[in-house]
Ligand binder design. Sequence first.
Ligand code: MEV
Length: 307
Amino acid sequence: MKASAPGKIILFGEHAVVYGRPALAVPVTQVHVDAEVSDSPRAGIWIHAPIIDLHAELNSLPPDHAIASVILKVIQRFGISPLPNLDISISSTIPVAAGLGSGAAVSVALIRALSASLSRPMTDDEVNALTYEIEKIHHGTPSGIDNTVITYGKPVYFMKDRPVETFKTGNPFTIVIGDTGIAAPTKESVGDVRRLWIRDQFNLENIFNEIAQIALIGRRSIESGRTEMLGELMDHNHEYLQELTVSSPELDSLVEAARKAGALGAKMSGGGRGGNMIALVDPAKAESVAAALMSAGAKRTIITEVS
Ligand code: MEV
C-alpha cells in the first residue's frame, strides 16, 4: 500500500500561532513524502529510508526515533499483536528541517500507508490527531498547523484548539520559495520566542496581535481574489518576525533580493533562523525572482501556484 503527503509553507502567522493567533498555511505539492508498506518475507518490521541512510528493523531503533515512533503509535493505537512482518519504504523530496514540514509529511504518509495495509481505515481527523501527537514528541510545543495543512492538503486558516478551517482561493497566485539551506530546528526558535515572551509579555502579545490582523486580512484577500494585497502583508509580517528575532541575515538577504528582483512582497516562512522564505510574484517574474534568489545564496527554489 502506498501513500504520499505534500510539503507546506506558512503564508502568515508563524510563531504567533503558538500563542493562539490565526495563521495561514498552504500545501506545496511539488515536494512530497512517499511511503510504501508491503508484507515482508523476513521476520520483523523493516524500514528503508535511503534519504537518511536508514535500513533497520524496528526493534533496533530507539522508541523516540522519528520513523519508529510513528510505527509504534499506529501499532499501539490499533492494539496489533503479534506484529506483522512488513517492509516499509520511505522516500522524500522535501528538504529536512527547512520549514517545509518534512517531519509531519513523513508521519502522515506513513500513517496512511500503514492504516491501509493493516486494513484499519482512518479518517483525516484521526490521521491529523495522531500526527500531532508525534509532532509533540519531536517539536516541544507545536501549534499543530504543520500536521493540519499536510493532512488535509488544502489551504488552512488555523487556530490552535479550534476545528480545522480550510478555505478557497478567489484567484490563483504564485509564490517563489527560497531555501537558505540552513537546517534550523523549529523547537529552538519557538523556545527563544518563549523566553522573549516570558521577559516581555506585553510587547510580545502586541506583536502577536498585529500578526493576527495580517493573517485575517490575508485570508480575506485570498478568498476575495485580491491577491495583490498579499505582498505588502508579507513585508509587514516579515518585520514582526524580525522583531521576534527569528529571522536571520541569510533570510533577510533573500527577502531583500526577491523584492529587488520585482517580487510584490516577501517574508521568511516557518520557524526561521534558517529554512525558507517566500515571495509573492507575478507569474511572468517567477523565474527571474528564483534566479535572483539563487544568486543571493539560496540553495534551491521552488515555484508554486496556490489555487
Ligand atoms: C512552524 O512551521 C511554525 C511555527 O509557528 C511553529 C508552530 O506553529 O508549531 C514556528
